[in-house]
Ligand binder design. Structure first.
Ligand SMILES: [Zn+2]
Length: 259
């Protein structure tokens, strides 16, 4: 039964992600109410209306090989990937009975990721609201449980410094929104999870950058949007974080150093 509900959560996550991606696209492209909600989903290029069987999140993408059946427009791989990881993340929060604040965090990251991919930045107002809510959560948890999450603030400061130095050395501007969001996540994760999270994030973002350079699709100077990686890494952390912490002893070094 439990597995059954986890699966339902996964499916609901896919549907929600698909809905949010369409909604963001429409808001972003100046659709007016009520078109934002009632206009049928259609191809971004030729406007062909999509049939019901073409609207299944993730699955439709692979069945139709990511192409519009009329004009052959290539749907960005970003859509099915981002949708899949919202399903994975939400199902993981449910399955492991993690803090409900993480539903909010994951969905926020999903939305930031959409903006960052297109504009190489996130509307600052959204980041501010996000940080405000996480800040309140942090204070409440601290007050209610009478424990200050160890080193969360210290790690956050360390990361700001690290990214600041990296920006100075590489002369490559990182979006400031990225940093703020990364720091904010330090408020909802305990120290080992946060360290592991940074590892996962660095692994996927540099891996992707290297792959693009190898495939000659990018050079050392190309910037990649980081929030999609912040988002996907977070979903992966929710899925395997606790498991890795228990089985991956290298993190014990940090834990012992801290206690
Ligand atoms: Zn088309």
């Amino acid at each position: 039964m439990y597995i059954y509900f986890t699966f339902i959560t996964f499916i609901l996550g896919l549907v929600l992600a698909s809905f949010l991606n369409a909604l963001l696209y429409r808001i972003d492209n100046g659709y007016k109410y009520p078109d934002i909600f009632i206009k049928g989903s259609h191809c971004e290029k030729c406007g062909k209306l999509l049939k019901t069987y073409e609207l299944i999140p993730v699955l439709s993408y692979f069945i139709f090989k990511g192409k519009c059946s009329v004009c052959g427009y290539r749907v960005p791989l970003y859509y099915p990937v981002s949708e899949f990881f919202l399903g994975i993340g939400l199902a993981s929060i449910y399955y492991y009975s993690l803090s409900p604040i993480l539903y909010f965090v994951l969905i926020s990251l999903f939305i930031f990721s959409y903006f960052d991919r297109i504009y190489k930045g996130v509307p600052r107002i959204l980041v501010n609201v996000f940080l405000g809510i996480l800040g309140m959560y942090f204070v409440m948890v601290t007050l209610l449980t009478d424990t200050v999450p160890k080193n969360a603030i210290l790690i956050s400061l360390g990361i700001i410094l690290f990214i600041f130095l990296l920006t100075k050395i590489l002369k490559k501007p990182f979006g400031f929104g990225d940093i703020l969001v990364l720091v904010g996540l330090g408020l909802v994760l305990n120290t080992p999870l946060y360290i592991l999270y940074i590892y996962i994030f660095i692994f996927f973002s540099t891996g992707y950058a290297l792959l693009r350079i190898l495939l000659k699709k990018a050079t050392l100077k190309s910037a990649i949007p980081l929030l999609p990686f912040i988002y996907i890494s977070f979903s992966i952390l929710l899925l395997i974080g606790e498991y890795l912490i228990e089985n991956w002893k290298i993190l014990d070094i940090f834990i012992h150093l801290n206690t």
